[in-house]
Design a binder for this molecule. Sequence first.
Ligand code: COS
Length: 386
Amino acid sequence: MIRDREAIDAFLEQIRRFVREELVPREAEISDTDRIPDDILAGMRALGLFGMSIPETYDGLGMTMEEEVLAAFELGRTSPAFRSTIGTNNGIGSQGLVMDGTEAQRRRYLPRLASGDLISAFALTEPDSGSDAASLRSTARRVEGGWVIDGAKRYITNAPAAGLFTVFARTDPDRKGAAGVSAFLVEAGTPGLRVGAPDRKMGQRGALTSDVVFEGCRVGDEALLGGVPGMGFRTAMKVLDRGRLHISAVCVGVAERLIADALRYALERRQFGQPIAEFQLVQAMLADSRAEALAGRAMVVETARRKDLGEDVATDASCCKLFCAEMVGRVADRAVQVHGGAGYMQDYAVERFYRDVRLFRIYEGTTQIQQLVIARNMIREAKATG
Ligand code: COS
């Protein structure tokens, strides 16, 4: 439900220009240095990109889900590391607060998250708890006036830069599954919180992840998200529903970029006396990619619209993540193939994107977890309706 079509179109055009003029030319540099330079961060702040999904009451842009996915399509047209920089503040790092935080918690953090002065991280995954998120072992023990958190978190996006962590820990040791889990807002610099060295990843260089360790980390009562224990897992799942739609949109944007690169190369590269774009086997790869990216775009916009209308889109958000993450993997593979030997060389962006997109099938719920969620919900609905 776009409130003001002209305003959103103008904003999307600003992002498009920023991506084309400021980000695309710096992709190789970001990959080489493994960091996003300050001038780019300043540009992102100036555009308001850190606060797209944060309500206007807390100084964000208050975009609807539909508007957010339209923006994510644009941001997808460059290295995913750029999107990752603003990704946690718009998604998994802020939405727990937006959805379930107390008014005091929202006021304390959301305006600074919206401006990008504060970076957030979502600390759910652990060394022994990935897909089986409800089995997490980190604990938060009740003490006078607060809680003491112990445990280790792994692969936490933006942890090295984060000033605020949403940490999931078990507050009820007697309840093994989801019910005993609570969420805490823990500020960087709190004694007992330690951030590890950045991980060395296959791709998405510039998007930093690391371990986060809690050893006797004491926080006050006000750190418990929403002020109610036992709600953390549900918060995490709701946040991931939204995050999965956003990631799906990024996959579509990356696919469209790869198609543009592959088409340009196919028109320039000549073999057997003509551009390889004239060959039907190359055309088949371009056409399949185009059709699949369009399917992804359509399902993401449709699901986002229905979410804005207040419908439960958990199943379809997983459908989008499943399809779009796999789709961009196929599109990247074809883009390398169209480039032939050049596609295997680091001189061409497709080589880097091929590695970057591999992560989409893994994080915010693997493809297999999406399949499980979709089928489980289908079966539940069928049983409920008899
Ligand atoms: N929205 C709101 N609540 C939800 C929900 C959703 N989408 N999904 C689950 N819940 C609630 C359930 O209703 C249930 O609450 P009740 O016990 O009150 O009914 C609770 O959460 C537990 O749900 P469930 O029984 O489905 O939990 P499972 O342990 O079976 O796990 C999966 C469910 C596998 C789907 C979950 O662990 C998951 O998504 N894993 C992947 C984690 C992930 O994406 N990690 C990426 C790291 S973050 S980048």
